[in-house]
Design a binder for this molecule. Structure first.
Ligand SMILES: [Zn+2]
Ligand SMILES: [Zn+2]
Length: 364
């Protein structure tokens, strides 16, 4: 007896696809920083959007909430906290204020064996108020995870502007005699990335400023000889005038209509689907945004990073889809500006082909 090809909707839950890819971010102060043409190419991959305008403009959100998570013993000092707060208060137009919230320390025992992205995903809470724009910082210690010292990163896609800071790395920079408050300066550099600095290629390569004296330069340069000579050991103390002018010009720009925050998630809405992102996870929702189940998204990302706490890539999922919806979604996803999402379309195609293939005739 020949059975018809099976289109088992239950089996389509396998369309919840987990894909691992590199998170696109700025790895700053790394031994081999991205420069020149390479930097321009990287900048081109996230030039399709300006999500920082949600943070800087008062047109969509009149308040900015910043959450800071930290593993016990790594958290921001009073001076660092003041620097972060003042930076956003100065360069974001928020009539209802900038609220920086430092959450309770993550016990060190709960950070053992856990990677930075899992720590962020498992402790992320979001803004206090639903009508606030949102940004996120994590301070951690790579020794607890058993991983090498990590340079600061600021995510650019799919979640814009999560900053992950390894205190062990910050301390290593700060130990050099005469280097001064390097940790504070490294944080301000990342804050500059959050607000989209260095896209202006008149004085930048798309990622970093070409002015050697600027905090947004690709390197904060330690000049050991200055210990014996007049002048600072690390000359970069502030943003250059060109970067400051860019920050000022940003204030007048409105955010795009298809971007918003939903709690801790940044949502980019495209025809037919929404990309719902947290710092290391994105979820593709099909249909009306009002039907999105945020509890389910949280459950999925927690499950992912609890099962694989050292994962350091970006993880995306689609919810369970029926065949017809999946077929409609593929051509839309194939046009997405993010390669990772286009890869998801390929993955869906493969799943559909497998679901469409006739089943072998059973031996009776
Ligand atoms: Zn940088
Ligand atoms: Zn500059």
């Amino acid at each position: 007896m020949k059975l018809p090809p099976t289109r088992n909707l239950a089996s389509l839950s396998v369309l919840a696809v987990a894909v691992c890819a590199l998170t696109l971010h700025c790895g700053c102060q790394s031994p081999q920083p991205v420069r020149g043409e390479q930097a321009k190419m990287l900048a081109a991959t996230f030039s399709f959007w300006q999500p920082h305008l949600l943070l800087t403009s008062d047109q969509r959100y009149r308040r900015l909430d910043i959450e800071i998570d930290h593993v016990e013993g790594t958290g921001p000092t009073a001076g660092e906290l003041k620097a972060i707060t003042e930076f956003f208060e100065t360069h974001c137009r928020k009539p209802e204020g900038v609220r920086v919230r430092v959450d309770a320390a993550i016990p060190r025992v709960r950070a053992r064996g856990i990677g930075r992205k899992a720590l962020a995903e498992l402790h992320l809470d979001g803004p206090e108020r639903a009508d606030a724009a949102f940004d996120y910082f994590l301070f951690f210690d790579s020794r607890l995870a058993g991983t090498p010292k990590a340079e600061p990163i600021t995510t650019r896609i799919t979640f814009p502007g999560a900053v992950l800071l390894d205190r062990r790395y910050l301390d290593a920079w700060s130990r050099f005699p005469g280097a001064g408050d390097m940790a504070r300066r490294l944080m301000l550099h990342e804050a500059g990335h959050i607000l989209g600095l260095c896209a202006n290629q008149a004085h930048a390569d798309g990622i970093h400023c070409t002015n050697a004296s600027c905090l947004m330069n690709v390197r904060l340069n330690i000049r050991p000889l200055q210990l014996l000579l007049p002048g600072p050991v690390v000359p970069q103390r502030d943003f250059c005038s060109a970067c400051r002018a860019d920050l000022l010009a940003t204030l007048a720009q409105p955010p795009a209509d298809n971007l918003r925050f939903l709690g801790p998630y940044c949502v980019r809405s495209e025809p037919g689907y929404h990309v719902v992102s947290s710092p290391a996870f994105c979820f593709v929702h099909v249909g009306a945004l009002a039907d999105l189940d945020l509890v389910e998204v949280k459950r999925r990302r927690h499950a992912k990073f609890t099962a694989e706490p050292q994962l350091d890539g970006l993880h995306s999922q689609t919810g369970p889809l029926d065949l017809s919806v999946a077929r409609e979604l593929i051509p839309q996803l194939e046009r997405d500006p993010i390669e990772h999402l286009r890869d998801l379309a390929e993955n869906l195609k493969a799943k559909l082909s497998a679901a469409d293939a006739p089943r072998p005739e059973p031996k009776l």
